[in-house]
Design a protein around this ligand. Structure first.
Ligand SMILES: [Ca+2]
Length: 495
């Protein structure tokens, strides 16, 4: 072999080695970046009002695990669901969350929609869910790679919930009935996932509870706790709503007769708080396993709710209205890239959550997603608000807009407008719309509402021909619900 041949062979060996090294380096780099990508543990509650976390200003509820989570991250205290064009608000809420799309553009069953969990899977994440999926069985298997103990529906009793499993692209397997309380079942399923997930691949684990949605059954110990420590009723509870908001007798509103009594509402609140404390306890179990497995430092944790609830506030029971108690939701973030112990009043929607997680995890934006990342807020502490106004909508009968201080609610079908000064009247008890001094503000806020409608593609008119009378009277006593109503009646709406 002459020097020339040796040189050529040497060059070939060098190039081969270099290529090999480059390949290895690439693999190493991909592995190390994958290892650095944060895991995501996402808790989602059902019908939880935003005022039900102890650390965020409610001394009457016991939520030590959510309190710790709030202290370890950012609490978004003005987080909202955009609304719904049907009574089952849960459904569009979840579709908006998963797609990042707003109310008037999202498809509720998510069929044909590219979702955020799919985007995380493309970036190398293992995506897993347990709990409530309210957007039809087809889209579950396209959104997540794996689902275990998944409930396809809106509501169920505490014990005996029908659940199914699915794997990617597959229709869900056979239904089985779980004897375990669903809140404990879902927490246990998340724990099993965390215990068995091999380290090295980042995960997105979505735990979607059915609690505190009715029917409300917590545990005997939590029931007893709130019997001993009955929570006071919010300042804005009332026997009846003052006018016809356009959807007064749907299933959620019929859970109690009219007029609502303080005794009945006190029982509702005690049961509601018991469910939330039980849920908090189960979230604590999952977080403990995360800690024990050493995953806490590299896991982004989100806790959010899908919509609020009235439970007697403004004389209403459900979430089919645009008062703060029904459109506001709890929203907590913690983990790498999230500052500790901070509260933010920046306006945000549920569909901002995944864009935020994506930025924190270095995931490419999803083209069809309209949500905004809240990371600039985490960094700048509200000095760079993502939004200056917040728009909400319910069917064709209610539209609302708020800014930092003022909130206007418009009821086109009865030609009625409400104006609240939220700074001085956070419970929305004093409607200023009829006062001459408010005319200018009403005009400004209506202008803002129209702008927001245009921006989000909402074509609902704010005035109609021949509006209906605003006055409302409850159904006759004989037509009203009573405590003897059947389970089937209670489940007629799948809220
Ligand atoms: Ca809900």
């Amino acid at each position: 072999m002459n020097w020339r041949m040796t040189g050529i062979l040497g060059m070939i060996r060098f190039l081969a080695a270099a290529t090999c090294c480059l390949g290895l380096a690439d693999v190493l780099s991909a592995e190390s970046s994958a290892a650095l990508q944060p895991n995501i543990l996402f808790f989602f509650s059902d019908d939880q009002r935003s005022d039900t976390i102890h650390a965020l200003g409610n001394p009457h509820i016991h939520t030590p695990n959510l309190d710790r989570l709030a202290a370890s991250g950012v609490a978004m205290t003005r987080a909202y669901v955009m609304g719904a064009m049907q009574g089952a608000v849960c459904m569009p809420s979840r579709a908006m969350l998963m797609s990042g799309q707003s109310l008037f553009r999202v498809r509720e069953n998510l069929v044909g929609t590219v979702t955020w969990p799919e985007q995380f899977a493309r970036a190398g994440y293992r995506t897993f869910m347990t709990g409530k999926w309210h957007n039809g069985p087809k889209s579950a298997g396209t959104t997540f790679q794996e689902g275990r103990n998944v409930f396809f529906g809106g509501m169920s009793d505490a014990h005996g919930m029908p659940v199914q499993d699915f794997s990617e692209g597959q229709t869900p397997g056979p239904k089985r009935t779980s004897a375990e309380h669903h809140t404990e079942l879902f927490a246990g399923t998340a724990i099993e996932f965390l215990e068995n997930h091999p380290k090295g691949q980042p995960f997105l684990c979505y735990v979607s509870f059915k609690s505190p949605h009715d029917p409300r059954t917590a545990t005997a110990s939590w029931d007893e706790y709130y019997q001993k420590h009955p929570p006071p009723l919010p300042a804005n509870v009332a026997p009846m709503h003052l006018f016809d908001n356009g959807d007064m007798v749907l299933r959620d509103e019929k859970l109690l007769p009219w007029p609502r009594t303080k005794e009945a509402l006190a029982k509702e609140f005690a049961d509601y708080y018991a469910c939330i404390s039980h849920l908090d306890e189960q979230v604590g179990r999952v977080l403990e396993v995360l800690r024990r497995r050493g995953l806490e430092t590299n896991t982004l944790i989100v806790y959010a709710g899908d919509n609020g609830l009235a439970i007697g506030s403004h004389g209403l029971l459900g979430k089919q209205n645009l008062y703060e108690h029904s459109v506001g939701v709890p929203l907590l973030f913690a983990g790498p890239g999230v500052p500790r112990n901070r509260r933010s009043e920046a306006f945000c929607y549920l569909f901002d959550i995944f864009p935020t997680l994506a930025e924190l995890a270095g995931i490419a934006p999803l083209g069809s997603s309209e949500g905004h990342s809240l990371v600039p807020i985490f960094r700048a502490d509200d000095s760079a608000p993502v939004r200056t106004a917040l728009f909400t909508a319910y069917r064709q009968c209610q539209r609302a807009v708020r800014d930092d201080r003022w909130k206007l609610i418009r009821y086109p079908l009865i030609d009625k407008t409400q104006l609240f000064d939220l700074r001085n009247d956070p419970f929305e008890q004093k409607d200023l719309a009829g006062e001459a001094a408010s005319n200018q503000k009403v005009g400004e806020m209506l202008g803002l509402l129209r702008q927001q409608q245009l921006f989000y593609g909402d074509t609902a008119p704010l005035t109609v021909e021949n509006p209906a009378p605003a006055a409302w009277f409850p159904p006759s006593a004989a037509a009203q619900p009573d405590s003897n109503r059947t389970k089937a009646d209670k489940k007629k709406n799948r809220g």
